[in-house]
Design a protein around this ligand. Structure first.
Ligand code: PMP
Length: 432
């Protein structure tokens, strides 16, 4: 048999013949004792090396003072140092009064924000969310599993919203939030979304800012984790939701988050949150009980190292140089192995950390398990949906940044093999 085209048009005997050849290949991988991990979006070592300058960015014994002479070695500075506010307010496109610089993790800030809302409500809440009989969140999916895990931990009911090429399904969102005041929030990864790599359209941003919500204390959790993480010269532009919310008369609607996790060192970076001054005042009152202040020395280290927006952009170009070829390996392999077969589809992101693969319905879990059996670890199937349940069992998140090029090539080969084997099984079951 020559190269295989559309699987849907093959006869039963052709499918079986192809299946046998693929199965032999798969068995061959079993003996190779592979140990490849494409499960989490971690930078690779070369990327980490780009930020080694951080380790000695505070060189002289005197470089621990702020621009006003404050000694950053000591306690104080509840919501971040002014130098970091100056730099990172430009990343999130807000004023320095509308940002808090936190610790090492934006996920931690999001978790705390939900925890505070459950215990005390948000600015102008009538009641703590946790006192209500039910609290619901909208979850555009596929989405970031750790957002969903926070909701699950706090017993916040999750409503799955489909992702379209323009962002989450706004018709559905507008209808739901206008009717149900127990819907208190929505998770959004608006730029180079995790995992689809989609950037919300201007219209989606406007509609989120303008929509009528029955809950008066509704909040958009705008996790802009990949705002400067372009992969190509074609940079997606995301409309500024904060300004859109202000213009729409909803200035307190949005909580924005980001971090340097995938700019410098994940786990040892700097996280930030932006919101209206009233929102931040409300938060600071509780923050002042929770902590005396964040790690100011690490914030200063980051400002010294990243310098300004221009420098930060150049730094991100170096990241792109390293990871773009990895994305290309994945995309080329998907195209050559699955391109014409009509059994899978995927996005070609302009930035971010992931490629999202959609298989035939009912296949993702079996594919991920099959790949694991020969030592290729992928993100658990279903993880990109609330409660770990993909209703169509079709989404697989590919994280290409961490493995080496050679490992990646092999891992995707195995993945494509498993996609074909499981698809054939499904097609045969339907035909027979
Ligand atoms: N948000 C998104 C969308 C992510 O993909 C990740 C993982 N890198 C995070 C947040 C976690 O960020 P942090 O390290 O700042 O907690």
């Amino acid at each position: 048999m020559g190269s295989i085209e559309n699987f849907m048009e093959l006869s039963i005997s052709e499918l079986k013949e192809h299946d046998q050849r693929l199965q032999e290949k798969y068995n061959g991988y079993k003996s190779q004792n592979l140990n490849l991990d494409m499960s989490r979006g971690k930078p690779c070592q070369e990327q980490l090396d780009l930020s080694n300058g951080l380790l000695d960015s505070l060189k002289s014994n005197e470089d621990y003072r702020g621009m006003d002479g404050t000694d950053y070695r000591n306690y104080g500075g509840l919501d971040g140092i002014p130098e970091a506010k100056e730099l990172f307010s430009q990343v999130l496109e807000v004023s320095t009064k509308e940002i808090i610089i936190g610790g090492n993790s934006s996920l931690n800030m999001m978790y705390d924000t939900i925890a505070r809302a459950m215990l005390h409500g948000v600015y102008r809440s009538e009641s703590p969310w946790g006192k209500l009989p039910v609290v619901k969140f909208l979850c555009p999916s596929p989405g970031y599993d750790r957002h969903f895990a926070i909701c699950e931990l706090f017993n916040i009911e999750m409503i799955t919203i489909d992702m379209l090429s323009s962002g989450p399904d706004m018709d559905m969102i507008e209808k739901l939030v206008s009717e149900d005041d127990s819907i208190k929030g929505i998770w959004c990864v608006p730029k180079y979304s995790n995992p689809d790599g989609i950037t919300y359209s201007d219209q989606t941003v406007e509609r989120l800012a303008q929509m009528k919500t029955k809950a008066t204390d509704f909040r958009i959790f705008w996790d802009n984790a990949y705002t400067v993480h372009h992969l190509t010269e074609h940079e997606d532009q995301l409309k500024d939701i904060f300004t859109a919310c202000k213009s729409a008369g909803n200035p307190h609607r949005v909580f924005m988050f980001s971090s340097t996790s995938k700019i410098t060192f994940p786990g040892s970076g700097v996280a930030m949150m932006a919101a209206s001054e009233e929102n931040l005042d409300f938060i600071r009152r509780q923050l002042s009980i929770q902590t005396i202040g964040p790690d100011k020395i690490n914030q200063l280290r980051h400002v010294r190292f990243l310098k300004d927006m221009n420098h930060l952009k150049k730094h991100m170009e170096k990241h792109a140089e390293i990871i773009k070829p990895k994305f290309e390996i994945v995309l080329n392999k998907l195209e050559s192995e699955l391109g014409s077969k009509n059994i899978a589809s995927w996005n070609k992101p302009n930035g971010g950390y992931f490629i999202s693969l959609n298989t035939l319905n009912g296949c993702a879990r079996d594919i991920v398990n099959m790949a694991a059996e020969v030592g290729v670890k992928l993100t658990q199937a279903g993880a990109t949906y609330p409660y770990g349940k993909d209703p169509r069992d079709r989404n697989i998140r590919i994280a290409p940044t961490f493995p080496s090029m050679a490992e990646l090539e092999k891992a995707i080969e195995v993945l494509c093999l498993c996609v074909q084997l499981v698809s054939i099984k499904k097609i045969l079951a339907e035909k027979e």
